[in-house]
Ligand binder design. Structure first.
Ligand code: FAD
Length: 472
């Protein structure tokens, strides 16, 4: 007999709930494991920076495992094709282990996969692993869900936390099968998908722990003070690791709480709250599976958003004429990542200054973000567009100029991503269109030529946005 461990977005060997149980239980049964990853054509045929990055992380994981004698077989096709092929090769399979997807297409697929295996007499064991608390673990006393974050968080904190699932060195000499034909076929498919050249950027398990340790040592104590300042590099940058699963949220929390016992700081509390936001949005998307396309607040489903493609293109290119907005979009294009405060400013800008459909922004972020997390991204966009649960009230519109003055006072972040504004003074950096001819000459930046004039009038657009909501 034989068991399957199916990897998804959990590219690590330690503190991986499904792998832990698969290893321990098959050891007990004296049975080998077959390790697999399903390459879904929905993703492999959609060449975006997000997917390229994800596949590069997968490739790295597989290569690192290979060095330890652990072989992950990549199987292509629909999941039905993939598993039928596996069962043809290995009819002796008795159980399947995986970490659950509680949201999106993955959630739907998991239910069907369970049926497929159970029908064939194969046992299925699946685990909550992507989040600290699963979608059904934090509920009101009457078993309904929290739609507002603060009471959710209170309950989330009070729930007992699982310790990391640690495999010993001996456990990690996993008794696993290598099928040469299947293995090399998968490798060939994957190698065609890898287009990320800078190997240093690609997440892996050891790097994730280094990032966490560095953050705990140098940054977490001041996280609450500086996390909103994009030039301060004061956030953890763990999002790409959490997204590819090179570290688990459980491990991150465990290390923070451990440190908290000896050297407490308020930064730690703020950071833990951010991890809970990730769980909150996972729970919301689980209960609102249509929220990728529909506003959670149904009264806003009738909003008449603008879909001016020219404006959308200017936004994507970082050429709106609002430096803080443009700097963010250029950071996204260059790095596949954007600072949280700037994501908020940008999502507000697209929806309230351009009055454009939040779905267009959500989709663009989906293509571009290396840390793309469907639940958090939808949550962030619906929050900014004032159409989701616990969203910013529609009449509180972010002002891109005052946000810029407040969070990038000296324009350091702006200048990092907008080289055309490097010579602009601190006084003019937030509103460069106000420079007179002399100032433009001194700054080496002609407005309208080197850097665009603002394409909209914020005050006017703000009024229009509020009106659009009020009319409903
Ligand atoms: P840190 O500040 O160090 O936070 C630590 C971790 O907490 C993050 O890695 C993340 O897992 C979690 N977290 C922090 N803030 C949030 C939040 N507001 N919502 C949910 N989780 C949070 N985050 C994603 O991981 N993927 C996305 O696709 C995504 N899209 C977003 C879209 C919009 C419009 C907005 C406003 C926010 C979005 N976020 C998303 C949340 C947040 O911007 C990122 O998690 C954060 O910038 C990642 O950088 P970091 O790891 O340095 O964050």
């Amino acid at each position: 007999t034989l068991s399957i461990m199916w990897f998804r977005r959990d590219f690590r060997l330690q503190d991986n709930a499904a792998l832990y149980h698969a290893v321990k239980e098959t050891q007990h049964r004296n049975e080998p494991l077959l390790l697999v990853y399903h390459l879904d054509p929905v993703f492999t045929t959609n060449d975006t920076p997000n997917h390229r990055f994800f596949f590069a992380a997968l490739d790295r994981f597989i290569k690192r495992c290979e060095k330890q004698g652990i072989y992950i077989h990549l199987v292509e096709g629909t999941w039905q094709e993939a598993f039928n092929r596996i069962l043809e090769h290995f009819p002796e399979v008795t159980s399947l282990y995986y970490n659950q997807d509680e949201v999106g297409a993955g959630q739907k697929r998991d239910k069907e996969v369970d049926k497929f295996f159970i029908k064939r007499g194969i046992r299925v064991s699946s685990y909550i692993d992507y989040t600290i608390h699963g979608a059904n673990e934090v509920k009101k006393p009457d078993n309904s869900i929290y739609k507002v974050f603060t009471p959710y968080f209170k309950k989330w904190m009070a729930q007992p936390k699982r310790d990391p699932y640690i495999l010993t060195k001996e456990d990690l000499t996993i008794d696993n099968i290598k099928n040469d034909a299947l293995y090399s076929k998968g490798q060939n498919v994957l190698s065609n998908l890898i287009k990320v050249s800078d190997q240093d950027l690609i997440p892996h398990e050891e790097a994730a722990l280094e990032v966490l340790n560095l953050f705990l040592k140098k940054k977490i104590d001041e996280y609450d003070r500086f996390r909103d300042i994009p030039s301060a590099e004061a956030t953890s940058r763990l999002s790409v690791h959490l997204r590819t699963g090179t570290i688990s949220a459980r491990t991150v929390l465990y290390h923070i709480q451990e440190k908290q016992q000896t050297s407490y700081s308020t930064g730690m509390d703020t950071f833990i709250k951010e991890l809970a936001w990730r769980d909150f949005y996972n729970m919301i998307f689980h209960y609102y599976p249509e929220s990728k396309t529909k506003e959670i607040d149904d009264k806003y489903q009738k909003l008449k958003w603008n879909d001016n493609q020219d404006l959308l293109d200017l936004w994507k290119k970082g050429k709106t004429g609002f430096p803080i907005v443009d700097a963010g979009m250029r950071q996204l294009a260059e790095e596949g990542w954007m600072h949280n405060r700037i994501r908020m400013i940008n999502a507000s800008f697209l929806t309230k200054d351009f009055l454009m459909d939040w779905r267009l922004g959500e989709r663009y972020f989906e293509q571009m973000l290396h840390d793309y997390d469907e639940a958090s991204n939808i949550g962030g966009w619906q929050w900014a567009a004032s159409v989701g649960t616990d969203a910013v009230p529609y009449f509180r519109v972010f002002n891109p100029i005052t946000q810029s003055i407040r969070f990038d006072t000296k324009g350091e972040y702006i200048k990092k991503y907008l080289p055309e504004l490097v010579g602009v003074s601190e006084k003019n950096i937030h509103e460069p269109w106000k420079m007179d001819d002399h100032e433009q000459e001194k700054a080496g930046c002609v407005i309208g030529k080197d850097y665009p004039r603002p394409v909209v009038d914020h005050a006017l657009q703000r009024k229009k946005a509020i009106q659009m909501f009020k009319e409903l």
